[in-house]
Write a protein that binds this ligand. Structure first.
Ligand code: G4P
Length: 322
């Protein structure tokens, strides 16, 4: 990580573009919410799988509301792709919350069951044994790596993994020990994008179906997010000596120019450039990158909540007028 931790808000992607940039389709949210709500009374611990590159934006506010007060294990998954220093900061952030433990994980970690079982048992020390088995629910947004983890836990490729969100459909029960049951749930998003930066980060991570957002706008927002904190990586990847004076759009064009996005005649195919930038981020070609710090996310959250409160107030005032 470079010194500059203060990522300014995206200069080239005004707020009003958000609705244009991302079509928010929460998919099977209602069915999943119902299934989780029905299961919850019998659940001792809720594991939430988070994307370690966006541990705030990938946290489900709807799930937080539903599971308030339940012991929680936050698993920062895909830690192999995330900035280790910021993963530590996020782990400390979650560990400071009451009734919450947090660990980092990725698909290369051998025997994840052992760690998950130990963390959950520590959260509910009074449970255990055949009479009071530990019952755990595992949740997460689409594409966070839940099927991969569940397959590993199952010791088989029971569910198909893939990069299109929403493949995990069926709930399944996995017996991790004779007194430890894990209930899997389908990937779930929430009703509305409340946090602008979070929406962009989710789209960049691959959590939102690829036809549901404008790749150029999302790629520009992504570059805006990383260009300061990871300036050296951008320079190395795209052989760009100094891009500080470039706008996000110009930087995206530079990505296309340097990585195979040039059209005959020398113009840059911006759509292709966006795909290159997004793929480079998702595949780890920039190295280990995290898009947000706990402090940044807290500030975005406060702004998002204030805007949401205003929206609800206006809605209620409009209703009264009718
Ligand atoms: P989901 O059930 O939460 O929707 O996610 P899934 O397991 O299908 O994983 C989504 C993508 O993330 C898959 O890649 C998977 O391989 C990858 N993935 C899962 N865990 C990790 C991890 O810890 N680290 C990294 N780097 N990647 C991870 P894919 O290319 O879309 O599919 P595939 O070719 O691997 O099948």
């Amino acid at each position: 990580m470079t010194e500059n931790a203060g990522v300014p808000p995206s200069s080239d992607v005004p707020e009003s573009f958000l609705q244009m940039a991302i079509q928010w389709f929460p998919g099977h949210m209602h069915t999943t919410r119902k299934a989780i709500a029905e299961r919850l009374p019998d659940i001792d611990v809720v594991i939430e799988l988070l994307d370690a590159r966006l541990p705030g934006s990938s946290a489900n506010s709807l799930l937080a509301e539903m599971t308030q007060g339940k012991p929680a294990l936050k698993v920062l998954n895909k830690q192999d792709l995330a900035d280790p220093e910021l993963t530590d900061a996020w782990l400390a952030h979650y560990r400071a919350q009451p009734g919450t433990r947090a660990i980092g994980l990725d698909a290369s970690v051998a025997g994840p069951a052992k760690a998950l079982v130990a963390e959950c048992r520590a959260l509910v020390p009074k449970r255990g044994g055949m009479v009071k088995p530990v019952r755990v629910l595992i949740c997460g947004i689409p594409n966070v790596g839940k099927s991969t983890l569940v397959n590993t836990l199952n010791g088989q490729r029971a569910a198909k993994t893939g990069d299109e969100p929403g493949i995990t459909k069926m709930e399944q029960k996995i017996v991790l020990a004779s007194d430890f049951y894990l209930f899997d749930t389908p990937g779930m998003l929430w009703p509305r994008i409340l946090i602008e930066e979070g929406g962009y980060n989710l789209a960049a991570s691959g959590a939102i179906g690829r036809n549901a957002y404008d790749e150029e706008l999302v790629a520009m927002a992504l570059l805006s997010r990383v260009r300061h904190r990871y300036a050296d990586r951008i320079t190395a990847r795209y052989r760009t000596a100094d891009f500080t004076a470039m706008t996000d759009e110009e930087l995206l064009a530079e990505v296309g120019r340097k990585r195979g996005g040039l059209m005959p005649g020398g113009r840059v195919n911006m759509q292709k450039a966006a795909e290159i930038a997004l793929n480079d981020f998702r595949s780890g070609a920039w190295g280990r990158v995290t898009l947000e710090t706990p402090d940044e996310f807290a500030a975005w959250w406060a702004t998002g909540m204030a805007a949401e409160a205003q929206r609800l107030e206006k809605k209620s005032a409009d209703r009264k007028k009718r």
